[in-house]
Design a protein around this ligand. Structure first.
Ligand code: LLP
Length: 437
């Protein structure tokens, strides 16, 4: 997929770069991002919305993969940006991302994070709860500002996905519940705040979703709520944000829809429900993360040791693992991989790919068919662009890999590899703990 192919030497090539040469230049483990594919994914959403004729914003959910380079790409492609922390916000600002196109999410934004966002004049706060509503109004007031907000509502739509990543159901830490009237109360209070400009509402029903039904339902619930608010409070929403969650193909089990199909379903549902109530059509915003960066990412590892338990299993260990990709350990996620230096050889054995961390759960792939694997071989694991680097850790004090963007035969380092000095960089050794000379 994307620009990946097997070259004349039988090696995997991405963005016109032979991954064996990338390994030699940048080392492994290495995150490789197919920049052309990222841009294509971004354009798919933008083009699909343009075709609907409805005003829109596509905000890249930077939680999936946040670096200055990806912020710059999103800005070039005309997207907005969804950030959920001071760290993501700082990254975006530092990359020169226009503050007006930044949306700030999160269920517990700290006063410092809110202050940072206010002082940067970001475009919109997605307010999650009553505490935040008061805090944001107060902090905006101190600065003599009036800021745009959306209210995050919990629509009670349950997406069929992994339970840890479903957020639309009623029993969720996120948002104002529609049921029980919290969302309605939030609109009343927000409208009365002198320093808040209520643009509309937001909902996010989950992640890695393969059908459009959940989005249709969420759009219908949003419309129903908007109509109630108009009829009872005389307030009109100008923006309906339906969040992210569009699925991608990790393995053959996954059957995602094209971006345009999700967009059309959302646009149709919003148009139908609002038009029926003679409600001025609101802008539609969405926040895809995984579906923009997920399949553009590949992680390249070097094979180290193997352990063959005859009749049971052969373990093949690579030089990374749950530190660079915690998703198999955390969610039981499945991935596909190839031997990148011998990508044209037929599979001859079934092996399981282990990480190098000191725990048994550090397995990347169970039971994959590969050519006979030798130490020094390169293993490329696909679809690791989303929630891999973003969720990476220094467990076992393993330095984080480098990230390179590849495009048209050029490889650009966008995150340098962590060093052992980085690992101890924040450590302090108090005088009284220093060994006597
Ligand atoms: N908007 C909101 C409010 C979200 O909470 C999320 C994801 C997104 C947008 C982007 O969703 P996406 O398009 O990427 O599905 N760590 C998990 C995924 C957590 C998703 C959290 N929220 C994983 O690795 O599968």
């Amino acid at each position: 997929h994307g620009t990946s192919k097997i070259n004349a030497e039988g090696r995997l090539e991405i963005g016109g770069c032979d991954v064996q040469l990338l390994a030699a230049e940048f080392g492994t483990p290495l995150y490789i991002v197919d920049e052309a594919l990222v841009r294509q994914r971004m354009r798919e959403y933008m083009d699909a919305f343009r075709a609907t004729g409805i005003p829109f914003q596509v905000a890249y959910a930077s939680k999936a993969f946040c670096t200055m380079a990806i912020c710059a790409v999103a800005e070039q492609e005309g997207l907005s940006l969804d950030v959920v922390s001071g760290g993501e916000l700082h990254t975006a600002l530092k990359a020169g991302f226009p503050a007006k196109r930044i949306h700030f999410h999160g269920n517990n934004k700290t006063p410092d994070e809110i202050a940072l966002a206010l002082d940067a004049n970001i475009g919109c706060f997605v307010v999650d709860n009553f505490v935040e509503l008061d805090l944001l109004d107060a902090l905006a007031g101190e600065r003599g500002k009036r800021v745009n907000i959306l209210l995050r509502i919990t629509p009670g739509v349950e997406a069929h996905t992994h339970e840890y990543i479903s957020t639309g159901q009623q029993d969720s830490k996120f948002g104002f519940n529609l049921a029980g009237g919290a969302a309605f109360e939030a609109v009343k209070r927000a409208a009365a705040k002198p320093h808040l400009e209520l643009l509309g509402i937001h909902s996010h029903i989950g992640s890695q979703i393969f059908e459009v039904e959940g989005f249709r339902l969420a759009a219908a619930k949003a419309a129903e709520f908007a109509i109630q608010v108009r009829d009872e409070l005389g307030i009109l929403f100008r923006v309906i944000n339906l969040g992210g969650g569009f699925g991608i193909r990790y393995t053959a089990e996954d059957k995602p829809l094209p971006a345009a199909t999700y967009v059309q379903a959302i646009a149709d549902a919003v148009r139908t429900n609002f038009t029926a109530a003679q409600y001025p059509l609101p802008e539609i915003w969405i926040e895809p993360g995984r579906s923009i960066i997920g399949d553009a990412g590949t992680t390249l590892y070097t094979v180290g040791t193997t352990k063959d338990i005859p009749g049971v299993r052969k373990y093949v260990a690579v030089d990374g693992g749950m530190t660079d990709n915690p998703r198999p350990a955390l969610y039981g996620s499945k991935y596909e991989a190839v031997l990148a230096n011998r990508a044209n050889e037929p599979a001859t054995e079934t092996v399981s790919i282990a990480g190098k961390c000191c725990e048994s759960g550090d397995m990347l792939i169970w039971d994959i068919e590969l050519p006979a694997v030798k130490p020094g071989d390169l293993l490329a694991v696909f679809c690791t662009g989303a929630y891999n680097y973003a969720m990476s850790s220094n467990y076992n004090r393993i330095p984080r890999p480098a990230v390179v963007f590849v495009k048209d035969g050029q490889a650009s380092l966008v995150v340098r590899r962590e060093t052992y000095e980085d690992i101890v960089g924040n450590d302090l050794l108090p005088e009284r703990l220093k060994a006597a000379p």
